[in-house]
Design a protein around this ligand. Structure first.
Ligand SMILES: [Mg+2]
Length: 254
């Protein structure tokens, strides 16, 4: 394991949201971002000239809701939408009819299975089974069945107590790489914190940035489990402490 950075100087910060900045809740709409963390994010965004972005599976609109009044650069829906610092939003689109067919079939399954929750993500769907973990395998099989005739356009993304169907070819790694091509991220050293399987694509992208040498990106896995990230923080509370320490650390003299 490597040491985490202790100074924000020269860094570009990429943060997953659920399970990284906020503890997971029984339902996705019950998460809460503590005010001191919001203040750390505000200060760190200022200290990096705006090189702080959220990289989430949620839509950007939901990220904005939980971070308000902050309005930070963000990638939503695993990279299917991305907002730069200047406010420009790029959206990847898919065949909405295909999504509607899969959503309809998933809804019928969810209605017949107590404890499951279907989330409409527009360009895909998510089936949450946190209230009914005994149905994990059935949900996974359903998702695989649904994408089978559409495998060139859609893929299955497993997560913590959730299985998502999302457009193929979009992931957090491509979102981070796109941010790193533009101001104010370009030329900084990328640090990405994430807790779930979808974040491994982000960690992989960091290794590729700058050839993965000493100036390459730094992945930070939050929590337990196998990862290709070289650093680790034990839980969301540790993330909060690290962000507060970074924000409090005096800028180096130039
Ligand atoms: Mg997460």
């Amino acid at each position: 394991m490597h040491q985490l950075p202790t100074s924000i100087d020269g860094l570009a910060l990429f943060l997953d949201f659920d399970g990284t900045l906020v503890d997971l809740a029984p339902r996705p709409d019950l998460v809460h971002l503590p005010d001191p963390v919001r203040h750390s994010l505000r200060d760190l965004a200022a200290r990096t000239g705006g090189a702080l972005a959220l990289v989430s599976g949620r839509p950007i609109a939901e990220i904005d809701h939980y971070l308000a009044p902050l309005n930070l650069p963000a990638a939503g829906l695993h990279g299917a939408e991305r907002r730069s610092l200047d406010g420009t939003i790029r959206r990847f689109d898919v065949d909405r009819n295909e999504v509607a067919v899969m959503r309809h079939a998933a809804q019928a399954f969810v209605d017949a299975t107590p404890g499951l929750l279907l989330e409409d993500k527009g360009i895909g769907i998510a089936i949450h089974y946190r209230q009914a973990p005994e149905h994990a395998d059935a949900v996974r099989r359903l998702a695989i069945t649904l994408i089978a005739p559409r495998r060139r356009s859609f893929t299955v993304q497993p997560g913590k107590m959730v299985v998502e169907i999302k457009p193929r070819g979009l992931d957090k790694g491509s979102a981070i790489a796109a941010f790193m091509q533009e101001a104010p991220f370009a030329g900084r050293r990328a640090v990405f914190l994430g807790d779930d399987l979808t974040d491994e694509k982000g960690f992989a992208a960091l290794r590729r940035l700058s050839g993965g040498g000493d100036r390459g990106g730094i992945g930070v896995k939050v929590g337990e489990g196998p990862t290709q990230a070289p650093c680790r923080l034990p839980d969301v509370a540790a993330v909060h402490h690290w962000l507060a320490d970074l924000a409090a650390h005096a800028p180096s003299a130039h």
